[in-house]
Design a protein around this ligand. Sequence first.
Ligand code: AMP
Ligand code: MG
Length: 421
Amino acid sequence: MTAERRQGAGGCDAQAHELLSVAEAKQRIMDLASPLSGRERLGIRAALGRVLAEDIVSPINVPPHDNSAMDGYAVMASDLPDDGERTLQIVGSAFAGRPSTTILQSGQCIRIMTGAVLPLNADTVIAQELVRANGTQIVVTAGHRCGQDVRRAGEDVRADDVVLGAGTQIAPAELGLLASLGVAEVTVLRRLRVAFFSTGDELRGTAETLGPGEIHDSNRYSIHGMLARLDIESLDMGVIRDRRDDVRKAIREASALADVVISSGGVSVGEADYIKETLEELGEIQFWRMAMKPGKPLAVGRIARTLFFGLPGNPVSVMATFYQFVQPALRHMQGHRHETGLLLRVPTITALHKEPGRLEYQRGILERDSDGRLVVRTTGLQDSHVLTSMSRANCFIILPAESSGASAGEAVEVQPFHGLI
Ligand code: AMP
Ligand code: MG
């Protein structure tokens, strides 16, 4: 008997060897997703959060001219003394936006403000606090360097350089950078449209009073939040009752409207049938049981050109499977370049419990201990219905399939939540 079978024999992971690995599932999903082809031209402010569909080539040097980094005096380096002092005559002044027309001669200096164009013949700026000045003259001591406190034309960006490549997401720094180039409009990929719904007879709205056996639908809210963070146009299709016709109608409608459809619930064994049957009837769908916790069952496939994700029902499973599988696919469709995301290895200060068999995304709190070291601790109860574990956490603690947990002090792999959760 293999170790895998032995270890699985007594637990719920009896078929651990039949489960799809997380890495394999991620790869298969990425193979199904392809970047959007639609593009649009937008003013740069409206393009915040979007992904460039073109390379941005700078039409100009930034800064456009040599200029002063300080308020002080523009001088010729050849006038600077090697020792002792030198007196220079002030022959003009230069302000940001108001260059001096005086051509500097030896023995002279020009009063200059931060951002002002360096006057002709000047190559060095001496900050005002480093000289003695009396209104018409300055006294300069030794110890200055040729070219100090001068910002060179093009040292930030050179004309004709590709400043931002296609696939770059426009964040606040990129908005400022585009503006500094004088670029007013950019071509970006169109927004991804994602329709989503919950399934379950037990689900009620937030404003409804719960009857026996009923719960509030939370998945539509966490999914709404995660989609909003990804700058996606989302269509909330509500709660679909566990009836074949309702499920079929919802999937038909959603897949006609959106690039991606996400459902939650109804993919676990026994109750899975309406979603599963309907999807098989309407498209090409695969059902996977993944070697992962939380979130064993997942349905993935296509209905015509629409990508479909059937997430499990448990609220933590929804967020974990979204984060690990749906998010990378959506980002790929949005045109983002592939990113592996930040993984850290840090000691856990609490013991972490786990059975070998499935990779676990436990919820953790990454923090500094009293010595300033980064450490992680568990959020506590790890069951897949415990949504407070997601709310308290700021990271996933990734325990590999074969791991049997970790004792306090042991190093574990941590994936900080990156904006989405
Ligand atoms: P299912 O996969 O439909 O069997 O659901 C698994 C568990 O998740 C059950 O306890 C459901 O009640 C719960 N669940 C399913 N959908 C939701 C939802 N939208 N919000 C909160 N809990 C849910
Ligand atoms: Mg259900």
